[in-house]
Design a protein around this ligand. Structure first.
Ligand code: ADP
Length: 659
């Protein structure tokens, strides 16, 4: 049986030797390679594998033994069997040497071709077996390798299946995209959430579940991450299949990097954080709302304290038991009491002793019933004087209706009280004042009636006296009523003036002559006047006549003894000055201001009748003409009232200009 072709190396320095061997070993499955020296043999051994080497022992330069020992030293050729061919030495020594250097056999010349063939055949067979063994071993190794590879592939598939199972089992949406971002895989959770199956989602299909408003930002972040080859995290909305609602998800995208640092794929996960985000947003909204509410409350508190600081009232706060916990600064300014002293019940010590018990009782009742507290009482100021205040307190309740504290104000009502008192005084004064002339008129009429009843005629003198008294009383009555009427006009704003071009001298002369008769009748006073020929201006003469009348009649009324009255009228640049000077009772300095206020008088009614209205009305008339009225006086040393008027009202008086 022919096997594969094997190499056989024939080494002999003699060509006939090589030929002889060639002839013997000529077989198609033998490839005979010839070398005619030891060194040539070594070269062949380096290049090829040989089943056997047949080598002549005796060769010039390098003999067979030397060549064999070099072949045996080399790793590659160590195993090649060498058969020496020799003719000469058959003694043992020689043969041993051959075996020492690695010979496996000897062939002695002349050789028997059969022996050569069979010996070579044995080694060829051995070589072939060895080669077969080697091939089989290689085949086995190959089978082994393939099996291992199959197992590995199986394992890989298994782990991929497990990975996918795992990916399907997690409650997050997971997907994988190629390095260029084209989606290649989606887990089960994705499909359930979005209602898109894997085929629908692949490539760019998954964008259908992505809120359009969030895509731009998401892809911007991803592009950035692609450049930097790093992961990123963002929040975006995905449409939930079950209800079509867009739900906020936290998306994380991570690159899968190769050993070289290149991106192999992108892994994405998305978890539904909608509820958490809504709670966070709600919390943020509540926080903002709370912050705003606090700001508003603080603003309100600031506004309140600013308001409390400028309010003319006392503003206070008491606890549920009625103890004072706070009061604005007005209280301390007015009472001079420190905040420490006013706290609790300290404020009660400043109440008028006549009011305190009533206030405490009223407070107690308000506290007990939780009803508003309202009371007027007097509080002592730091100057030691009491003023009337009207206090009003209300309970502040919590959500359950329980009173937690009280807040209140106390308003200074002294001016109202004074006005009330004035009104009361005025009423009694007016009734008295009006009654006096009425009684007198009644008396004159009764006198006539009695005379008539008795059939007695009154003498002309008696009649004249009675009539004079009646007329005087009627005049007095009408004068008083005029005063009252003027007052009510001033109060209701109906005292309008109608200025026109007129001569003030004329009007003053008329006033003088109308009072002259009274002065002469009484006989105790002398009247003098200094007037220019003419003094024209733009005034309401009728109203100014009221002023001159009032000043003249006051000068007469308040000069009970003998004395002089002087009337002057003169120009002072753009103004005119009209004055009345008397030598009467005069006015104390402290009263000089207030007599121009309504119902203010510096005398007692039982001595001098009057309402205290005349100067008030005169002052209003002068003011309407843009003028001023002033008094210069000393108690017991007479008074001078002077009126300064601009010639053309509308222009300010010099007094005001210089002021
Ligand atoms: P009446 O004279 O009716 O009281 P008036 O308003 O005219 O009202 O005057 C107010 C007060 O001014 C008088 O009550 C008086 O006390 C004081 N008074 C006014 N004129 C004089 C004056 N010539 N001399 C002293 N006191 C005067």
């Amino acid at each position: 049986m022919m096997g594969e072709t094997v190499n056989i190396l024939l080494v002999d320095d003699r060509p006939e030797g090589l030929l002889a061997l060639e002839a013997v070993l000529d077989r198609p499955d033998y490839r005979l390679i010839k070398a005619n020296s030891g060194s040539e043999a070594l070269k062949h051994v380096l290049e090829d594998d040989f089943a056997v080497i047949l080598m002549d022992v005796q060769m010039p330069e390098m003999d067979g033994f030397e060549t064999a020992s070099v072949i045996k030293q080399r790793e590659r050729s160590r195993e090649i069997p060498i058969i020496f061919i020799t003719a000469i030495n058959k003694d043992d020594q020689y043969v041993y040497r051959g075996y020492e250097v690695g010979a496996v056999d000897y062939i002695f010349k002349p050789f028997d071709p059969m022996v050569v063939k069979s010996k070579v055949g044995v080694f060829v067979e051995l070589f072939r077996r060895r080669e077969e063994n080697k091939r089989q071993a290689a085949q086995l190794r190959e089978i082994d390798r393939k099996e291992r590879e199959r197992q590995l592939a199986e394992l890989e598939l298994e782990s991929l299946r497990r990975y996918q199972n795992l990916a399907d089992a997690v409650p997050h949406m997971i997907w994988k995209s190629a390095a260029d971002g084209i989606a290649e895989y989606f887990n089960q959770t994705w499909c359930v959430f979005t209602g898109l199956n894997v085929e629908q989602s692949l490539g760019q299909g998954w964008r259908a579940a992505f809120h359009p408003d969030d895509q731009k930002e998401f892809f911007r972040r991803w592009r950035q991450a692609m450049q930097a080859r790093e992961n990123f995290e963002t929040e975006c909305r995905f449409k939930r299949a079950t209800d079509g609602a867009y739900r906020w998800c936290l998306v994380r995208v991570v690159p899968e990097l190769l050993g070289s640092g290149e991106v192999a794929a992108w892994l994405g996960t998305a978890s539904d954080i909608h509820d958490r985000k809504m709670i966070e947003q709600e919390r943020a909204r509540l926080l903002t709302a709370e912050h705003e509410a606090r700001m508003r409350a603080e603003e309100a508190a600031t506004r309140f304290s600013q308001l409390a600081a400028v309010l003319p009232q006392f503003v206070w706060e008491h606890d549920s038991a009625g103890n004072r916990t706070w009061v604005n600064n007005r209280w301390c300014e007015y009472t001079g009491q420190t905040f420490d002293k006013t706290q609790g019940r300290g404020w009660l010590s400043l109440l008028h002793h006549e009011d305190r018990a009533a206030v405490e009782a009223c407070w107690g009742k308000a506290l007990k019933l939780g009803r508003n507290f309202e009371h007027d009482y007097r509080i002592r100021g730091k100057d030691g004087r009491y003023r009337w205040f009207s206090a009003h307190g209300v309970p502040v309740r919590d959500g359950g209706g329980k009173v937690t504290r009280w807040v209140g104000v106390a308003t200074d009502i002294q001016a109202f009280r004074d006005l009330d008192e004035q009104r009361a005084n005025f009423l009694s004064l007016a009734s008295h004042e009006l009654k006096t002339p009425l009684t007198s008129i009644k008396a004159t009429l009764q006198l006539q009636e009695t005379a008539q009843k008795r059939g007695k005629a009154l003498s002309p003198e008696q009649l004249k006296r009675i009539l004079d008294t009646g007329v005087r009383s009627a005049n007095r009555l009408s004068h008083l009523l005029d005063d009252l009427l003027d007052y009510s006009r001033v109060e209701s704003g109906r005292l309008a003036i109608e200025p026109k071009q007129c001569d003030l001298v004329e009007s003053v002369r008329e006033a003088i002559s109308s009072h002259q008769s009274t002065i002469e009748a009484e006989g105790r006073l002398t009247l003098s006047w200094h007037l220019p020929e003419k003094l024209e201006g733009f005034w309401d003469t009728a109203r100014l006549r009221q002023v001159t009348d009032n000043l003249l009649s006051n000068a007469i009324k308040y000069s009970p003894e003998r004395g002089k009255i002087e009337v002057r009228l003169f120009e002072d640049k753009d103004d005119v000055i009209f004055s009345v000077r008397d030598q009467g009772i005069g006015i104390a300095l402290e009263d000089q201001q207030r007599i121009f206020n309504p119902f203010e008088r510096a005398v007692e009614t039982r001595h001098y009748g009057g309402f205290g209205i005349g100067l008030y009305v005169s002052a209003r008339i002068v003011e309407q003409h843009n003028g001023r009225i002033e008094v210069e006086s000393q108690k017991g040393a007479g008074s001078t009232f002077s009126v300064r008027l601009p010639k053309r009202p509308g222009k300010q008086t010099q007094v005001e200009q210089s002021a």
